[in-house]
Design a protein around this ligand. Structure first.
Ligand SMILES: [Zn+2]
Length: 240
């Protein structure tokens, strides 16, 4: 493994769902998402790693060093927004695969044997472009969202998560790996690194998004003083 082979893989994956402006369109459980999953699976299988898909479509590649030991999990997501960037998520998954491969090669060559196992993950529907809410696969994995409830979520065409995953062959039944830790390389999520001219950063926490659909009931009348107000009390809706 080398920088050259990493870049070759990175550019290969960026071709899947490529958009004219050098971005990608790989919304969750679409044909393009399936192609990135096939690429991920091939990478793992060529190296003899075990591949698993859980009940919400998260894809794992597992490398065993110590039978029965928990896994250090690395990864990110290969799905994208309808007009996503090529680095978002993909960098983290491909970098994790290459890092894991490097470690496996060192161990195979007689290097120090890790006390834990390694796993690389491609989270399902991290972006939420097709199925809301986003961070779906990782939240189900972490026990923050209910798997059965998420499988019933429908896209704008009425297709459920369960149907869409079944369609691309990724509605799995495999056990989730037991993990001892998780690391993810990701493009920065704010402007602070650029503002402070820091080339790379490690975050120790992140913010959790909560997206609300709010229906405002009222009546449009004239500019100036509205006939209804939203605000000072806990109720939403027309007030006179
Ligand atoms: Zn991302």
């Amino acid at each position: 493994m080398s920088a050259t082979s990493f870049l070759r893989d990175f550019h290969e994956v960026a071709k899947i769902g490529a958009t004219p402006n050098a971005g990608v369109d790989r919304q969750a459980a679409t044909a393009e998402d399936r192609l990135t999953r096939e690429w991920f699976r091939a990478f793992a299988q060529q190296r003899g790693w075990e591949v698993r898909v859980d009940g919400i479509g998260n894809q794992f590649a597992l490398i065993e060093f110590e039978p029965g030991a928990p896994h250090i999990l690395l990864g990110s997501h290969l799905d994208s927004q309808p007009l996503g960037g090529r680095f978002d998520g993909a960098y983290g998954v491909i970098a994790a695969l290459h890092a894991a491969d490097r470690i496996a090669q060192r161990v195979a060559a007689g290097g120090p044997r890790p006390e834990v196992n390694l796993a690389v993950v491609n989270w399902f529907n991290e972006e939420g472009g097709r199925f809301a809410p986003s961070i779906m696969g990782s939240s189900v994995f972490a026990g923050l969202m209910d798997e059965q409830q998420m499988l019933q979520v429908r896209d704008l065409a009425g297709v459920s998560v369960a149907e869409a995953l079944g369609e691309i062959g990724y509605l799995g039944t495999d056990a989730r790996p037991e993990i001892a830790g998780y690391a993810e390389i990701h493009i920065e999520q704010g402007r602070i690194l650029e503002r402070e001219a820091t080339p790379i950063g490690a975050v120790d926490y992140s913010w959790y998004t909560q997206k609300l659909d709010i229906e405002v009931l009222g009546e449009q009348s004239h500019t100036g003083q509205p006939r209804w107000l939203i605000g000072t009390t806990h109720s939403l809706g027309p007030r006179r």
